[in-house]
Design a protein around this ligand. Structure first.
Ligand code: FES
Ligand SMILES: [Fe+2]
Length: 333
């Protein structure tokens, strides 16, 4: 897939190589002595031992079995014991593109080596590291496309998060401006400065706008942006990276701008509520996955309220792409 995915937190990749799996491809992520990242197939070409069992040396990533050593581009640079020192000519391991952004390690499977300037969606570029409050990780038994839709869609919140996010009895008519391109969608919700749930009442103030973002250049990533009338802003970003067809690794970040919200206070006070919301989302998309398998179902029926599904399906299920279009939908949420 021609797209960037988050596979780890930056601080998880230190001296010890880290094993991850992205889209069925087992990789080892490691950092050389200069701090440069590498993403290699987690399989030594000599006798197929996982390279993630190895260690970093001054020359590169050294296999735990016979010590063959590999650079970030996958080249073997040392076969211990050969006299004179040399390398087996065909010894090379597959590599993927890797970079760091916002304290996270990103991998792109269709590229090679380290890159500094991967093409991430514009909505990620505005996040300043100083506004990042925490990173959360989990694994869900779900498809990425379903987890993304769940995160971006507002219509489930009255039921799955009743009382916490919204309530069925307290709906407002809002205007949703939907801007679509073949690989991206932005939905701007206007007309709902306040919200009925406890999360709003405890931690928010009147909103100017709520926005949902998705772009296929980081196909597992989606963001909810909340801008407030007092000039503050909050960005909740989830990164869903498929391990295989039915499991996703999830990384979540919260960025806060222009308001008092130290990390310790958020962890102590807001996190228990957010964790509950995330657990509710995980439970519903896992139930969806189990039942799709039980009934052997494909995609479901859509209504006009299913704003993000066509763009997500075009990216994840290769269905026909929507063209560039901006539309305004009235709905009650
Ligand atoms: S299996 Fe890796 S060096 Fe032999
Ligand atoms: Fe939700």
């Amino acid at each position: 897939m021609r797209s960037w995915f988050v596979v780890a937190r930056s601080r998880q990749v230190g001296d010890k190589p880290l094993a991850v799996t992205l889209l069925n491809r087992p990789l080892v992520i490691a950092r050389d002595r200069e701090g440069t990242l590498m993403a290699l197939d987690d399989c030594c070409p000599h006798r197929h031992v996982p390279l993630s069992l190895g260690r970093m040396t001054d020359d590169g990533l050294q296999c735990a079995y016979h010590g063959w050593t590999f650079r970030a581009d996958g080249r073997c640079v040392s076969v211990p014991g050969l006299v004179p020192p040399a390398c087996a000519p065909a010894a090379r391991v597959g590599s993927a593109s890797v970079m760091e952004n916002d304290g996270l390690v990103w991998v792109r499977l269709d590229g090679h080596g380290t890159t500094q300037n991967g093409t991430l969606p514009a909505f990620l570029h505005r996040l300043s590291p100083s506004s990042r409050r925490f990173v959360w990780q989990s694994t869900w038994r779900a498809r990425a496309v379903d987890a993304l839709e769940n995160f971006l869609d507002a219509q489930h919140t009255h039921f799955v998060h009743a009382g916490l996010v919204r309530s069925v009895q307290k709906r407002n008519i809002v205007e949703a401006t939907v801007s679509k391109t073949p690989g991206s969608i932005q939905v701007d919700y206007r007309g709902q400065p306040t919200q009925s749930g406890w999360l709003y009442r405890l931690f928010e103030s009147p909103r100017e706008i709520e926005r949902a973002h998705f772009c296929a250049s980081a196909a597992g990533t989606a963001q909810l942006e909340y801008r407030y009338q007092n000039g503050s802003a909050l960005y909740f970003t989830l990164h869903f990276s498929p391990i295989d067809e039915t499991r996703v690794r999830v990384h979540g970040t919260l960025h806060v701008e222009n308001r008092w919200a130290p990390a310790w206070a958020l962890r102590l006070i807001a996190w228990p509520f957010l964790r509950r919301v995330l657990a509710q989302d995980q439970a519903i998309v896992e139930a969806q996955q189990r039942n799709r398998e039980r009934f052997r179902r494909g995609e479901g029926i859509c209504s006009e309220l299913d704003l993000v599904k066509p763009v997500l399906d075009a990216t994840w299920l290769q269905s026909s792409s929507p063209c560039n279009v901006v539309s305004v939908v009235s709905m009650s949420i």
